[in-house]
Design a protein around this ligand. Sequence first.
Ligand code: EPU
Length: 338
Amino acid sequence: MDDLIRQEVSLAPYSTLRVGGSAAYLAEVTSIAELQEVLSFAKQHTNVPPLVIGSGSNVLFREAGYPGVVVVVGMTGITQAEEGDSVLITAAAGELLDTVVLHAVQESLWGLENLSAIPGTIGATPVQNVGAYGVEVSDLIVSVTALHMETGEQRIFSNEDCQFAYRESFFKTESGRKWIITSVTFRLKKDPAPQLEYGTLAELQSIQNITPQQVRDEIESIRAGKFPDWHHVGTAGSFFKNPIISPTAYDELLAQYPDVPGFETEHGIKVSLGYVLDKICGLRGYSNGPVCLYENQALVLVATKGARASLIENFAREITNRVEEKTKIKIEPEVRFV
Ligand code: EPU
């Protein structure tokens, strides 16, 4: 055992929900060499695959903790290269997404600005195809580099290889989970390419010569009103995915609730669960003990002082059941339970 790999480490500080038991081992790696060292330790000393996390903004650690090695990916570094009218930005997996967005905005590059103020690291962005305000990282990702946790192979995945869909990718599949993302390359535009179709962003369309910074400022202010400050309370952003239902099921829902927002996707109609929880189920601000649905945005679960993983899990189950009773829709967490 060396300084890199620690034993019996509480996981609560490694998740923005701030709950959970201990990891048998935990290592924060800042280079590929350290990552390789930790993987070889894991092979020799544990029977379960290593669990890879970034800044823990989309994970719920249960009380039982993790019996293997938790690897906190902390490699940093941002580089850029011009390619015609684009600039390719490559960021190491441990960089915060928002640091990279800020970097792009300061360089007056277009593409990432709608993803401002989202917690989480770059390495996590392809896994769940992070998206907000009409943009998903899959729109911008050129390639993802990753290291296989069993064989040590290093590979470059093209955008197509990543099999992106709404909050889904190859990296969430059983074989995909074996790859540890080490860096991501995004294609950004030098010429103005504002994306202002989503909701209230449309108001920005009238601004002449708008800059990425102005879009970022607007997104920051919208998000400040909708999301609790994760420095002060336990939260993981949207706790559930917006459900995708069949056009027939959506029509039935509309017959009863004519204003439910729905968006066509490849796989069906994506329904705004925030609306369903709030306007149909009356659950915005609903609390059970120290766990509640946020008063400004029902899709966001908030864990206050005294919350434990089991309470959060029970609460999530209660919400899931109530939505199904009222609308027949089966919802799924966006947050990963460990
Ligand atoms: N709504 C309500 N009441 C609520 C919340 C929402 O009526 O309490 C209505 C809104 O008025 C709107 C619709 O529901 O008509 C959708 O709400 P919003 O625009 O806030 O977006 P969302 O569907 O709740 C998704 C993403 C967010 C992302 C926002 C903005 C998912 C699971 N969530 O939320 O992503 O920031 O759109 O693009 O897709 C995350 O994934 O963690 C996340 C925060």
